[in-house]
Design a protein around this ligand. Structure first.
Ligand SMILES: Nc1ncnc2c1ncn2[C@@H]1O[C@H](COP(=O)(O)OP(=O)(O)O)[C@@H](O)[C@H]1O
Ligand SMILES: [Mg+2]
Length: 358
């Protein structure tokens, strides 16, 4: 018997976890030694506690006994070797530190149970309104599937600069406009290209977009959360030191269950963050030509009741008016104006600032 003959026999031992591949092609045979009628095989396993270790050791021993003539003893040794040993480690998002957020006083998520309630509209206008009140403000648009900040602030073409830190890592500089520092995944996508990231990739891009940004000294960093209450949200709330959240809703009763889910995302015992309050968007309709009139098309005081039943403050009510949509489309947020809708956002900002000092 010789080593080559034994290796040929081992080519017949397949790894059941790896399709049709055999232990030799998989690089699992470290060495084969013969001494008289004894054979010693050293098997290499890439990780600890491979559940198939026992099985493969047995299969190798049996194959040699069965197929190589004149074998008296088979000794199979196992060693564990990290396949990436010696290679430089790539940095993962989990290694990103929170140092860029250390100069931010309040990190607040703007969330909703479902999409289309005007969450981004409220987030963008709230940011602008807080800046009008004199606060230093940033907003991270964390809606990887439908970033709206570039359009709502007319900064679509902007390309954020990156600088190198002393340790060689890169940090991104936010886009500044209307007195607010903006960051959006939309700045990194090509125009008109839909973002189809899913799961972990979207999650990592998101965290990077918050953690690797030179926010500088801020009173408020608002995070426009993606709609819904899935894994991505929980991971975001866990990894970013958010103090709490503002929940945006519309007055329809059907939205209550969604709002509850949104609230629970921050309030459940594992997360335990604060709910600063509810914002009732589209609370009433006011036509441009009848600015004194309020039409409660979704019912009156839905938001008040909702806030009461959830035990959270109602931070503000925003009417549904054409100028809010138009200013959003034009990239000139309504909160810049002194129209009634602009003042509603200023009042909302005042209430949030007040709550955050408590
Ligand atoms: N109070 C409002 N008055 C008029 N239009 C609004 C109002 N709030 C939101 N909209 C419009 O509704 C649409 C959806 O708003 P958006 O903020 O993108 O929602 P979300 O972020 O919750 O998906 C946008 O076209 C926006 O301009
Ligand atoms: Mg949105």
């Amino acid at each position: 018997m010789d080593n080559n003959q034994i290796i040929e026999v081992l080519r017949g031992v397949l790894h059941p976890g790896k399709g049709e591949q055999d232990v030799v092609s998989l690089g699992m045979i470290g060495s084969v030694e013969t001494d008289g009628d004894g054979v010693t095989v050293t098997m290499v396993f890439p990780k600890h506690r491979d559940p198939l270790t026992e099985y493969l050791v047995g299969a190798v021993r049996a194959a040699i006994f069965r197929e190589v003539e004149g074998v008296g003893a088979v000794n199979v040794k196992t060693v564990v070797k990290d396949p990436d040993e010696g290679k430089p480690k790539k940095k993962t998002v989990n290694d990103l530190t929170l140092e860029e957020l250390a100069t931010v006083r309040h990190i607040i998520g703007v969330a909703s149970g479902k999409g289309g309630v005007g969450k981004s509209t409220v987030a963008v206008n709230l940011a602008v309104a807080l800046a009008r009140l004199g606060y230093k403000v940033g907003l991270a648009d964390a809606d990887v599937y439908g970033p709206s900040v570039p359009v709502m602030t007319a900064t679509e073409g902007a390309v954020p600069d990156a600088i190198e830190k002393e340790n060689g890592d890169a940090v991104i500089l936010p886009i500044e406009k209307y007195g607010v520092k903006w960051m959006s995944i939309g700045y990194f996508a090509q125009k008109g290209q839909a973002l189809i990231w899913r799961g972990p990739m979207a999650c990592n891009a998101l965290k990077q977009m918050i953690l690797q940004v030179r926010w500088g000294d801020l009173d408020f960093l608002l995070i426009d959360m993606p709609p819904g209450t899935g894994d991505i949200h929980i991971s975001l709330v866990n990894d970013i030191p958010m103090e709490g959240a503002v929940i945006v809703t519309t007055p329809q009763n059907v939205a209550l269950a969604d709002v509850e889910k949104g609230v629970d995302m921050f309030r459940n015992e594992n997360v335990n963050r604060r709910i600063f309050g509810l914002v009732e968007n589209m609370a009433w309709f006011t036509p441009a030509e009848l600015p004194e009139n309020k039409y409660y098309i979704f019912g009156k005081d839905g938001g008040v009741k909702m806030a009461e039943s959830l035990g959270v403050p109602l931070l503000g009510q925003i009417p549904i008016v054409q100028s809010i949509r138009e200013s959003g489309d034009e990239g000139e947020p309504a909160a810049l104006s002194s129209r009634p809708d602009g003042l509603a956002f200023l009042e909302l900002a005042r209430r949030l600032a007040e709550q955050s000092e408590q």
